[in-house]
Design a protein around this ligand. Structure first.
Ligand code: FSX
Ligand code: SF4
Ligand code: F3S
Length: 382
């Protein structure tokens, strides 16, 4: 066993050195990324070696990325990921052959690039769909290159190896489908008449997309999904289970108004309409936007609006109280002395991982553990 793990470590180290020099990043940073991705995916110890090797050797899958009714926040959030900088990594993990926001080409040139990429990778490319697809009045509310979104989606999906709907808009209609939905905004699955892999969130967490792409690269298939097409590693649990304010919920300590004493003390936001108890996502364990703790809505003092949950986000009134679904005790409780709701991201992520939650616990764990050490050292100094 020991020999095997030594071989794997050697392989991972060698692969990491190759990829790191290819990307112009440091090897340690790349290995941290592989380990964090493996943990995010809920894979057993040692899987980081397979990931490092896949990123080194596997042929990058061609990706055609379509934009329809949306705000481009999904792409924006991907561009803000920093582990290592996504622009380097994503372009090394996938071959982004068509992406209207990022490509330099425009007009006919862009359309020609899409058709060429589809023909060259027929049956093998991944189609990523960002934005809802309007169906009212024969789809005239969204056209690209003179083609309706409905027609373009069907054309591109016909020869795709897999379809991933990124963001709530393409996953289930999202913001554009808000009542009364005048354009008939629909999901990619509705248009294609089949379940597709969905990465909902408005915007979605970039690591959930990245981990899904790395899974495809490493294992040649997309990760296991729930009945709504959401990867279970990221959407298998409700936010409430690992929320840093959960101890306040269980103790009956709530904020009743924005700015009241309970709100200032970091109490539970349930009575302000937090939809954490009925929303499946890993926001509470992996945070958002690479800035460590306090980097997701609830930590910032805003109730979760359920942006990843069909039938909740943009559907239920923001301040209506959530339906308490599948209540279970949390895997861990924040310390009772942390009256201001300031559980560290690192400890929440580590505990979730230890509990075997496979809830996407550690995308930024290594980095934030570093921050945690710095903060503790500073506190001691003081
Ligand atoms: Fe939708 Fe993407 Fe919301 Fe925006 O483009 S999921 S509107 S954050 O970003 O599709
Ligand atoms: Fe956290 Fe919201 Fe649950 Fe309160 S209701 S514990 S703020 S997820
Ligand atoms: Fe969305 Fe709620 Fe997470 S609003 S980003 S699902 S905390």
């Amino acid at each position: 066993m020991e020999d095997m793990s030594e071989i794997r470590i050697e392989e991972a180290t060698r692969a990491a050195a190759t990829v790191a020099s290819r990307l112009g990043i440091n090897r340690r940073e790349f290995l941290q990324f592989c380990a964090a991705t493996a943990t995010t995916l809920g894979l057993p110890a040692g899987a980081e070696a397979a990931i490092a090797e896949a990123v080194e050797k596997a042929k990058r899958p061609s990706v055609i990325w379509l934009h329809f009714q949306e705000c481009t926040g999904c792409t924006e959030s991907l561009l803000r990921a920093e582990h290592p900088t996504l622009d380097k990594l994503i372009l090394d993990v996938i071959s982004l052959d068509y992406h209207e926001t990022l490509m330099a080409a425009a007009g006919h040139q862009a359309e020609a690039a899409r058709k060429a990429a589809m023909a060259a990778n027929k049956g093998k490319y991944i189609l990523v769909v960002e934005g809802a697809i309007p169906v009212a009045q024969n789809g005239i509310y969204c056209k690209v290159g003179g083609q309706t979104a409905v027609d373009m989606l069907k054309e591109c999906a016909a020869d795709a190896a897999a379809v991933i709907a990124i963001g709530s808009c393409s996953s289930w209609g999202g913001m554009p489908s808000t009542d009364p939905n005048p354009t008939g905004s629909s999901s990619a699955a509705d248009i294609l008449g089949k379940t597709v892999v969905t990465i909902p969130g408005c915007p979605p967490n970039p690591y959930n997309f990245l981990a899904t792409a790395v899974h495809f690269l490493t294992f040649g298939k997309l990760p296991e999904v729930d009945e709504l097409g959401r990867p279970k590693f990221a959407y298998g649990r409700i936010i409430h289970e690992h929320c840093e304010r959960r101890a306040h919920f269980d103790a009956g300590r709530f904020a009743h108004e924005f700015g009241d004493e309970g709100h200032r003390m970091g109490y539970c936001l349930y009575k302000l309409g937090c939809k954490g108890p009925e929303t499946h996502a890993n926001c509470s364990t992996i945070g958002f936007g690479d800035i460590g703790e306090a980097s997701w809505p609830v930590a910032c003092g805003h109730p979760c609006i359920g942006c990843t949950e069909k039938g909740v986000g943009f559907i239920k009134p923001i301040h209506a109280t959530a339906q308490l679904k599948g209540m279970s005790p949390p895997a861990s409780y924040p310390g009772v002395v942390e009256q201001q709701g300031k559980t560290s991201f690192a400890s929440a992520a580590a505990l979730a991982a230890i509990a075997g939650a496979a809830a996407g616990a550690a995308a930024m764990l290594a980095k934030n553990l570093g921050k945690q050490d710095e903060a503790q050292a500073q506190q001691k100094g003081e």
